[in-house]
Design a protein around this ligand. Structure first.
Ligand code: MTE
Length: 355
């Protein structure tokens, strides 16, 4: 479907206006919190992000900070919200509904999830619109959120494997897609989408998780507390936060966010090539910052992602003369032994000393 020789346009539409009725669409213990309670626009108290949109809050990591550590600390981890952050003041009453083409059903409470066998995976989350600012410079994109390269972060996620949940409840033979929907409400209603069920059963790739911890601590509200999906190797949009419902279906999701946003577009007319799932290989220079005039020896640091849940980056080359000569970068050693086989989309920070 995707042809690397042709021009693709990643389209991520973030609406400016929002449906903001208090409690709209949020059931049980959920309520809406104003964004100012989450961040102070002037001097963010609890994160180091560059704000790209105030409401709903979207912020990217500072390149010079995110390149410092293989595991991204939560305060440096980008945030992309399509609606305001739902807050669950009674997590004991929280449950994810599962329905559709299944054979039994049981409410998936937080207590039940925490009692099931847990798995930890290191996985990088990347927004499909990462580097949109550079893209915009080449071909203008109508979108209020022009990310540089900081809409990315690598974390240790702990939760229950979705395959275990599906195997426990039993899935009918015709099931082909799993729809995921959050508790938050944006311009198009609740945020959601779907992933092919084959990804959930793919034993060669890191498992899809219903995660409740990030970097060994409970998820923070902005990253999906109490429970979010983590789909290693797929664009961040598929890792639905504040999970409300899981629907096992024969067809892909009808959620408007899924139908309209994050699709491959091809050719002059931007013909829709279908939803984006897997990432593409990419490498980003984080330091020195873009546009600086430099003198003397310089260390270039950045990150590269493999763009396939099963693959890893084995080589990164850097050019300092406009692409005439390329020199191999030394790849960072921080690759988790537990993920080498699946190969997370993220394969370590690469660095080259050009002296
Ligand atoms: N899930 C819900 N419920 N609502 C959202 O707005 N944004 C998605 C995804 N999951 C989103 C969501 C997108 S586009 C991305 S890139 C990731 O969450 C970002 O996750 P983060 O904010 O934890 O970094």
């Amino acid at each position: 479907m995707w042809n690397p020789d042709r021009r693709e346009v990643l389209q991520l539409g973030l609406g400016g206006a929002l449906a903001l009725a208090s409690g709209c669409g949020i059931r049980r213990a959920g309520s809406i919190v104003a964004p100012d309670e989450l961040h102070d626009r002037g001097s963010p108290p609890d994160h180091h992000l560059i704000e790209r949109l105030a409401d709903p809050f979207c912020g990217e990591g500072r390149l010079e900070r995110i390149v410092r550590s293989w595991i991204t600390p939560e305060p440096d981890f980008f945030v992309l919200n399509h609606g305001r952050v739902p807050v669950f003041d009674e997590p004991a009453r929280y449950a994810v509904e599962i329905f559709g083409h299944i054979t039994t059903t049981r409410p998936l409470t937080l207590a039940r999830l925490r009692s099931m066998p847990r798995t930890t995976v290191e996985a990088t989350l990347v927004c499909a619109g990462n580097r949109r600012r550079e893209h915009h410079a080449v071909q203008p994109i109508e979108d209020p959120v022009l990310w540089t390269g900081g809409a990315i972060g690598n974390a240790r996620w702990t939760g229950v494997r979705l395959v275990d949940v599906l195997e426990e409840i039993g899935v009918k033979n015709d099931a082909a897609h799993v729809w995921l929907e959050g508790h938050d409400t944006g311009v198009d209603g609740r945020f959601g989408g779907s992933i092919p069920i084959t990804r959930i059963y793919d034993r060669d790739a890191p498992p899809v998780l219903l995660a409740f911890e990030m970097n060994d601590r409970p998820l923070t509200p902005r990253h999906g507390f109490p429970v979010r999906a983590i789909v290693p190797g797929f664009i961040g949009a598929r890792s639905v936060k504040w999970l409300a419902r899981i629907l096992v279906a024969t067809r892909p999701s009808h959620n408007p966010f899924f139908l309209r946003n994050h699709h491959w577009r091809d050719g002059e007319g931007g013909i829709d090539q279908g939803p984006i799932y897997e990432l593409r290989t990419n490498a980003v220079i984080c330091t020195p910052a873009s546009g600086l005039a430099l003198r003397g020896p310089v260390t270039v640091s950045g990150y590269a992602i493999a763009g396939d849940p099963r693959a890893t980056i084995t080589r990164v080359e850097v050019s300092t003369d406009g692409g005439r000569r390329w020199r191999p970068a030394a790849l960072g050693k921080n690759v988790s032994p537990s993920c080498w086989r699946g190969g997370y989309l993220y394969d370590g920070w690469s660095m080259i000393d050009l002296t």
